[in-house]
Design a protein around this ligand. Structure first.
Ligand code: IMP
Ligand code: MG
Length: 186
């Protein structure tokens, strides 16, 4: 996909809506209730992994009612379109001292699990008061490391998906739903 792609070609790559906006919003509300129940009034720090989780982060933080701080970090594991690389590099770190925080990681998708398991290792070493991981999507069939989130909103088959923060070549993050990407469209 390049920046001179026609709108017809762009739209053709949105193959099929897998999870509607309404389904996502309902599931986010349920997840926020779970966070509220776990922390029961105790302040938390939501940490989102950019860029993919930015939309999910915004919706989660609008729905939780415990006192909430937010922080962002960037990790790189996919370098181009649909090809996965084994490397995980933290390219932008958070500034908070985690010893003072109950941490909730907000992630877009657990695919092979490599990115999140590496990030979790690094953050747990900083001795947070408690630690939970929430992912919007889970693709368990693709897992190469032993990792599971504490809360997972949707389990999906081995499709490459776009929308609601997830991209292909940096496009489609602004779709309000999750769709299957059409890899065959020219
Ligand atoms: P991992 O394979 O679990 O390490 O996933 C790393 C990252 O790859 C995720 O956080 C996403 O940003 C990206 N990713 C994995 N699967 C998809 C997908 O189907 N669509 C878009 N991005 C994906
Ligand atoms: Mg991501």
């Amino acid at each position: 996909m390049n920046r001179s792609t026609s709108i017809e070609a762009y739209n053709k790559r949105i193959k099929k809506i897998l999870i509607t906006e309404e389904e996502i919003q309902n599931a986010v509300k349920e997840a926020a209730k779970k966070i509220d129940a776990i922390y029961d009034g105790t302040p938390i720090l939501l940490i989102s992994i950019l860029k993919g989780a930015f939309v999910f982060m915004a919706d989660v933080c609008k729905n939780v009612t415990v006192p909430t701080e937010i922080a962002f970090m960037t990790a790189k594991s996919y370098f181009d379109d649909v090809v996965s690389s084994g490397n995980v590099e933290i390219t932008m770190d958070i500034k908070q001292n985690l010893e003072n925080y109950h941490v909730v990681i907000i992630e877009d998708i657990v695919d092979t699990g490599r990115t999140l398991s590496e990030i979790v290792k690094i953050l747990k070493n900083r001795n947070p008061r408690s630690f939970h991981v929430i992912t919007l999507l889970d693709k368990p069939s693709r897992r190469t490391v032993d990792f599971s989130a504490d809360i997972s909103l949707f389990t999906i088959p081995d499709y490459f998906v776009i929308g609601y923060g997830l991209d292909c070549g940096e496009y489609y993050r602004n779709l309000p739903y999750i769709a299957e990407y059409n890899q065959d469209a020219e």
